[in-house]
Ligand binder design. Structure first.
Ligand code: NDP
Length: 336
């Protein structure tokens, strides 16, 4: 049994020295428990926050603790009345080959799920985040201009595609020409702009000639600086994540823009609201799941995974994701 522990807390971007791969014995389940074998491990931006000490909406990972994360597993041994060996489950056993569960929080995926890893992406937390953040907070209306960054990741790609289904004019923001082309050609966005372009600000303005009605905030930083003056009166801004800032060690330099932000919110009566998906919307998961299954099966929503092999590859892949090296939902195949 291998596990990846948090060896030290990163300062800035995580490095391999912050993680430690170690061999441990395969744990033995007690009465009422299950032994789970990890098939797929999800890597998500929020994990960067768990590597820090200090108060957030969830507990930090302890030093020497196993890195946390959602997993798709098969039951190896069951001493729990509701589960039997061979069944697939969505679990939260973290960065390791085997984990123990008492059944709490497990979601059954059946005996032979078609795409088991989808439970970590389009049919799970990121897809649900896109759906609720856009529909409940973003309130998109037909004809609205919707802007979303990290446009080819599991949240952004889903936000933009749902926006299209609701009749919006959708402008994506992504890192590099290949991702931008994919957002337009495959995902069906109207435009997609490379945030690394030197004239990004001018390109965004040109792409949104009638201003921005919904800005789904995934990244913060310079992208938000360009978006803010283009928001329309009555715009909605679901604040989902600020991935450009997760490795930051201090506030960005430059003039204080807080009064510009507050003034814009006031004068344009903008609604800006943060949310934490399962804390706020767990009661609507079934509604989401049914709708997303329908969209996936009809081909109205497309989904791309970036699958990497081997638990040992997780630290580098995770660090790379925070710099945009992933192209699609980042998943580690831990075992067949
Ligand atoms: P992604 O797979 O999209 O990965 C993150 C992406 O962020 C990178 O691929 C990169 O894409 C982009 N990025 C990184 N740095 C920058 C930068 N400086 N400027 C602009 N873009 C940058 O992640 P997810 O789809 O899983 O998550 C998207 C967001 O949603 C994150 O902020 C995450 O924390 C948040 N989230 C929030 C939840 C909630 O409950 N509030 C739940 C789930 C996710 P590119 O190369 O295109 O720039």
């Amino acid at each position: 049994n291998r596990r990846i522990a948090l060896a030290s807390r990163p300062v800035g971007a995580p490095t391999s020295a912050n993680f430690r791969l170690e061999e441990t014995v395969i744990p033995t389940p007690s009465e009422g428990e299950l032994l789970l074998r990890t098939n797929y491990l999800s890597l998500d931006p929020y994990m960067r926050g768990r590597m820090n000490d200090g108060a957030s909406y969830a507990e930090p990972v302890a030093i020497d603790g196993t890195m946390v994360g959602a997993t798709v597993c098969q039951v190896v041994t069951s001493l729990h009345p509701d589960y039997h060996a061979g069944e697939w489950v969505l679990a939260y056993t973290g960065w390791q080959d085997y984990g123990i569960s008492d059944g709490e929080g497990l979601i059954k995926l059946g005996a032979e799920p078609t795409n088991p890893s989808f439970a970590l992406g389009i049919l799970g937390m990121p897809g649900f985040t896109a759906y609720m953040g856009l529909l409940d907070i973003g309130q998109p209306k037909s004809g609205d201009t919707l802007v979303v960054a990290a446009a080819t990741g599991p949240v952004g790609a889903t936000v933009g595609q749902i926006g299209k289904l609701k009749g919006c004019y959708v402008v994506g923001i992504a890192g590099g020409a290949e991702k931008c082309k994919y957002a337009v050609d495959v995902l069906g966005f109207d435009k997609c702009i490379d945030h690394k372009a030197s004239d990004f600000d001018a390109q965004l303005k040109a792409a949104c000639p009638t201003g921005i009605d919904v800005y789904f905030e995934n990244v913060g930083g310079k992208v938000f600086d360009s978006v803010l003056p283009q928001l329309n009166t009555g715009a909605r801004v679901p604040v989902c994540g600020l991935v450009s800032q997760y490795n930051a060690t201090e506030l960005p330099s430059g003039p204080d823009r807080l009064s510009l932000l507050m003034g814009t919110l006031l004068v344009k009566r903008i609604k800006m609201q943060g949310f934490i998906i399962f804390d706020d919307y767990a009661h609507r998961y079934n509604e989401f799941y049914e709708q997303m299954m329908t969209w996936l099966q009809s081909g109205q929503i497309k989904y791309r995974e970036h699958m990497i092999d081997g638990l040992e590859s997780a630290p580098a892949a995770f660090t790379g994701m925070l710099q945009g090296e992933n192209f699609g939902k980042l998943v580690v195949k831990v075992a067949e």
